[in-house]
Design a protein around this ligand. Structure first.
Ligand SMILES: Nc1ncnc2c1ncn2[C@@H]1O[C@H](COP(=O)(O)OP(=O)(O)OP(=O)(O)O)[C@@H](O)[C@H]1O
Ligand SMILES: [Mg+2]
Length: 173
């Protein structure tokens, strides 16, 4: 974990396959509200988009809507219980480009949950109170599956984390 703001304990879980990643996202998606920000962190192929797909389903958006934001950098999924904004910062190289896409307005949307892939690239352009979901490949080359580590940066995200933990059986560190 990097030394970003963190309150409370980290929770950890093992996601054995892609279905488990999507299910974890879906459980969280049932709990999110407008104004929540979810920071997804993990290497190429760690499962960030897979998790986001599940989250969108949990929020009531059709799974078929979810795709990696490419040209737009931010996709907006409507039709669910809450609007889902899906951002991917992989291709963003400079903070200036965030200004060009109106990043602060995206992150400030009270009616939407904002899910950010590659959030660690521009940690300073996120609010402190985000739910950080870190996905990592298994330690051994042969072992598939992902380790998920979740931390809260403030009280709002800690409440969300606690509710998520209660329904998902994730363990505290
Ligand atoms: N827990 C898991 N165990 C094994 N495979 C998984 C797991 N979760 C997701 N995957 C698989 O990993 C692959 C990459 O997933 P995904 O595209 O979601 O990664 P990503 O983090 O969004 O990648 P990128 O950095 O390119 O955006 C997919 O084939 C997905 O099905
Ligand atoms: Mg992705």
């Amino acid at each position: 974990m990097s030394d970003v703001a963190r309150i409370g304990a980290a929770i950890e879980g093992w996601l054995a396959d892609a279905e488990a990643t999507a299910a974890a996202g879906e459980a969280l998606g049932r709990l999110v509200e407008g104004g929540d920000v979810i920071a997804l962190i993990g290497d190429l192929g760690a499962g960030k988009t897979c998790f986001t797909g599940g989250l969108a389903v949990g929020a009531g958006v059709g799974a078929e809507e979810v795709a990696s934001p490419t040209f737009a950098l931010v996709n907006e999924y409507r039709g669910g219980r809450v609007v889902v904004l899906h951002a991917d910062l992989y291709r963003i190289e400079q903070a200036r480009e965030l200004d060009e896409i109106g990043w602060d307005d995206v992150i400030g949307r009270a009616d939407a949950v904002v899910v950010v892939e590659w959030a660690d690239k521009f940690e300073r352009r996120l609010p402190r109170d985000v739910l950080r979901v870190e996905l990592a490949h298994g330690d051994r080359e042969a072992a598939d599956g992902r380790r998920m580590t979740v931390t809260a940066g403030g009280e709002r995200s800690q409440r969300l984390l606690d509710r998520w933990r209660a329904v998902s059986g994730l363990a505290s560190d």
